[in-house]
Design a protein around this ligand. Structure first.
Ligand code: PLP
Length: 425
């Protein structure tokens, strides 16, 4: 027990309540299988940077042009983070200061469009993100948002419709990239359309950044004017985000981040990004990316064989969307039963969903976290078997309990790793 509490030694001395909750969260993460497609486990090195003294420092501005003194180390750290990101993605310019994915997207809007301008993005119930123009987001309130769909039959992005809408509405910005789309994004096709109508193309690769870095998904460069990404999903870094862009919009992007929309950057996060990018530059990370996709493909095949309806009929990336109407239940009921068995995912709308967004038909699962944990194709087969059993015994506490026991065994056999690099020990 003592070892688990080590990183909490000071909190423990003064705040029993929060200590207890963090410790229980450690246990929850250790003892459950994480299928939430946007989540991962970072290394202890990334965790160390996140918990470092850098949290004490204010650094408004950019390296060499700060408003406060005392920036010798922060300037060096931010510069290293930027250089590593450039190397990882082949970007011309990088800003690592955005606080998270949604602010990064807001900053791109601020830099490249004016309030009231027309913008285009993928509809949220079809896989897009809130910030791509969905009605409850700033992106639909401050801009004239046009939403493109997936094809009703194939669930693939309906490029005929994208072209038609782009020609009709002449958007200033076109967003591509998604939060719940299991297939590869064809950046070059989007770029053709954006070029034709004079729009800037922004790729939001939040979900797939790790796959792009590992070379198992097409790169958004050179097709995109700007690329945003979170750093905490498949990229396996701290919670944060960055904007990468072409040199010609670099000044506008930097000014949008600071001083237009943010103050001081989160330097502890910047350092943790630098550490994570170093990890992502290793051959092991390429291997990781390959295994993420391989695991997802096996999991999808197994689920299909058991009669689950999958959006688009499978996956090319880390993510699978299951339509639970194929098993006569809803996404929420299924996700709740899975959690009882120790397998954590989220309920999710499927394209053309007949149910409400808060009580949708599907569940979304992904293999980034399980792959980090070292699970392989045989484990995916086991997982598919459990998911199938759960769907058939949703109200049967005993079945859920017996799966819970097996899940605990799988977790114990595959501890969350502390590190992804060889320390030569
Ligand atoms: C996760 C995600 C974001 C938002 O990231 P936050 O850090 O949660 O604000 C933006 N875009 C896409 C496509 C995402 O999947």
């Amino acid at each position: 027990m003592a070892a688990e509490y080590d990183n909490l030694r000071y909190i423990k001395l003064q705040d029993a309540e929060i200590t207890e909750l963090i410790a229980d969260e450690e246990k929850r993460q250790r003892e459950s299988i994480r299928l939430i497609a946007s989540e991962n486990y970072v290394s202890k090195a990334v965790m160390d940077a996140t918990g470092s003294v850098l949290t004490n420092k204010y650094s408004e501005g950019y390296a060499g042009k700060r408003y406060y003194l005392g920036q010798r180390n922060v300037d060096a750290i931010e510069t290293i983070a930027i250089e590593r990101a450039k190397q990882l993605f082949g970007a011309e310019h990088v800003n690592v200061q955005p606080y998270s994915g949604s602010p990064a997207n807001l900053e791109v809007y601020y830099a490249l469009a004016n309030p009231g301008d027309t913008i285009m993005g993928m509809s949220l119930p079809h896989g897009g993100h809130l910030t791509h123009g969905w009605k409850v987001s700033f992106s639909a309130n401050y801009y004239n948002a046009v939403q493109y769909p997936v094809c009703e039959k194939t669930h693939l992005i309906d490029f005929d419709k994208v072209v038609e809408l782009a020609r009709e509405y002449k958007p200033k910005l076109i967003w591509c990239g998604a939060s719940a789309y299991p297939r590869e994004i064809d950046f070059s096709r989007f770029a053709e359309i954006a070029n034709e109508v004079g729009a800037k193309l922004v790729a939001d690769i939040a979900h797939i950044a790790g796959l792009v870095a590992a070379g198992v998904h097409k790169s958004p460069f050179p097709f995109s004017d700007a690329v945003t990404t979170t750093t905490h999903k498949s990229l396996r870094g701290p919670r944060g985000a960055m904007i990468m862009c072409k040199e010609e919009v670099a000044k506008k992007i930097d000014k949008a981040v600071f001083p237009a929309l943010q103050g001081g950057p989160h330097n502890h996060t910047t350092a943790a990004m630098a550490v994570a990018f170093k990890e992502a530059l290793t051959p092991d990370f390429k291997e990781y990316g390959k295994r993420v996709v391989e695991n997802a493909k096996v999991l999808a095949e197994e689920l299909l064989a058991k009669g689950f309806g999958l959006v688009t009929g499978g996956t090319d990336n880390h993510l699978i969307l299951i339509d639970m109407t194929s098993k006569n239940t809803s996404g929420k009921i299924m996700a709740t039963a899975m959690e009882t068995a120790g397998i954590v995912c989220n309920a999710n709308s499927v394209p053309f969903d007949k149910r409400k967004p808060f009580d949708p038909s599907g569940i979304r699962i992904g293999t980034c976290a399980t792959t980090t944990r070292g699970l392989g194709v045989n484990d995916m087969k086991k997982l598919a078997g459990w998911i199938d059993k759960i769907s058939e015994s949703i109200d049967d506490e005993n079945v859920l309990k017996s799966i819970r026991k097996e899940v605990l065994e799988m977790c114990a056999a595959n501890p969350i790793p502390d590190s992804f690099v060889n320390h030569g020990e």
